[in-house]
Design a protein around this ligand. Structure first.
Ligand code: GH3
Ligand code: MG
Ligand code: MG
Ligand code: MG
Length: 350
């Protein structure tokens, strides 16, 4: 275990007593030994303080960025991938520590930067000013090494907790917007995208196409191969469909074995090509399932709207659905489309 460095200088750092050091050592050891190095910004204009802080903080396992004035510190905190922990001197050339806090907190930021202010001021109203400006904690000079260590440790804990919260929120967002089996967007998300893209195509006077795809005789896969095989086919089908579309298209699971594709900027001709690409990607090669292979085809209903005939999502969905119905009734493994001004036509598989 790394012990405290004591005393560094009678001028600047006061040592901990033996008893203080012992208990603080125990508290702090877990962080400095087990956790990954954390980036720590130190802004301090006094070269002696700076040197002392450099020695002690590097020894505690922080990845240090040391600057001498507030403007430099702000540039780093306001730049890309800023440090999550900052030790800022209150009095510095350029911006002072309190002003940096104010700027940091003026707009919500993620991830959060935890700030400890260093100050020679001890008047309560000064300290209140610092905390009101958005500092998370403060230390008064001369610094005590053990106090510095535990305050930074508290900051590190907050940062780690926030990281866990951000991960949990991200996982919840993923769960709420994606389908658990295939990893595709779920029904609510793909319908929301359809609404947004329709609004955009109206605004920009562009075409939009919608594909509704249904796997053919999928119940047979479950009945003859079991539900696990059915699930494996759904997962693999999702991958194949995803790799057959353009980057700006969206694909989601609409229902059990039904999928929706939103193709912004696509007129009928391009949408037909894309639908055929998807149909071929599913139908050409067999799917690997536990204990063998299975062939699966799909039927697709296509509805599109041109730049000057905007549609609402309900109408477009109904048209894609009725085109799908026609594709099914015409023998499956095919594409049918329904344009606003013409009857449903059938594209037979080659
Ligand atoms: P059609 O060509 O007319 O579409 O025939 P089909 O058998 O595909 O259609 P049907 O609606 O009769 O059956 C769909 C099947 O999809 C029934 C259901 O058990 C299955 N299914 C839906 N969701 C899942 C799932 O998540 N996993 C598995 N394994 N099967 C699913
Ligand atoms: Mg100073
Ligand atoms: Mg179905
Ligand atoms: Mg089906």
């Amino acid at each position: 275990m790394v012990g405290f460095i004591r005393p560094i200088s009678a001028l600047s750092m006061t040592p901990a007593t033996a008893a203080e050091s012992d208990s603080i050592d125990k508290l702090a050891a877990a962080v400095s030994s087990a956790a990954a190095p954390l980036k720590l910004l130190v802004a301090e204009d006094n070269p002696v303080f700076q040197m002392l802080l450099r020695g002690i903080l590097a020894h505690w396992g922080y990845e240090l960025i040391i600057v001498q004035d507030g403007s430099e510190a702000w540039k780093i905190l306001d730049g890309p991938d800023p440090p999550r922990l900052a030790l800022l001197d209150w009095m510095m050339p350029g911006l002072d520590g309190v002003e940096i806090c104010r700027r940091l907190r003026a707009t919500p930021r993620e991830p959060y930067t935890y700030v400890v202010l260093l100050t020679a001021r001890t008047e309560p109203h000064d300290l209140i000013e610092g905390m009101d400006a958005g500092a998370d904690d403060y230390l008064t000079k001369p610094l005590k090494s053990h106090e510095l260590r535990v305050r930074l440790r508290a900051g590190r804990r907050i940062i780690e907790l926030q990281e866990q919260l951000l991960h949990a929120r991200e996982a919840l967002r993923e769960q709420a917007t994606h389908d658990g089996l295939t990893g595709l967007l779920n029904r609510a998300s793909i319908l929301e995208i359809l609404e947004n893209e329709l609004a955009r195509s109206r605004r920009e006077a562009r075409s939009l196409a919608l594909l509704m795809l249904d796997l053919d005789h999928f119940k047979e896969v479950n009945d003859t191969r079991g539900h696990q095989s059915g699930d494996a086919v759904l997962r693999e089908a999702a991958q194949r469909m995803k790799s057959s579309i353009r980057r700006y298209d969206s694909l989601g699971r609409y229902g059990g074995e039904e999928f929706l594709f939103v193709l912004p900027g696509c007129a009928l001709g391009e949408a037909t090509c894309e639908a055929e690409r998807v149909r071929t990607a599913l139908g050409t090669a067999p799917f690997q399932v536990p204990g063998g292979q299975v062939r699966v085809t799909c039927s697709i209903g296509l509805a599109s709207c041109g730049p000057h005939d905007p549609q609402d999502s309900g109408a477009l969905l109904r048209r894609a659905d009725s085109a799908l119905y026609v594709a099914k009734n015409s023998g499956r493994n095919r594409l049918a489309w329904d344009c606003a001004d013409s009857a449903v036509a059938i594209a037979c598989p080659t």
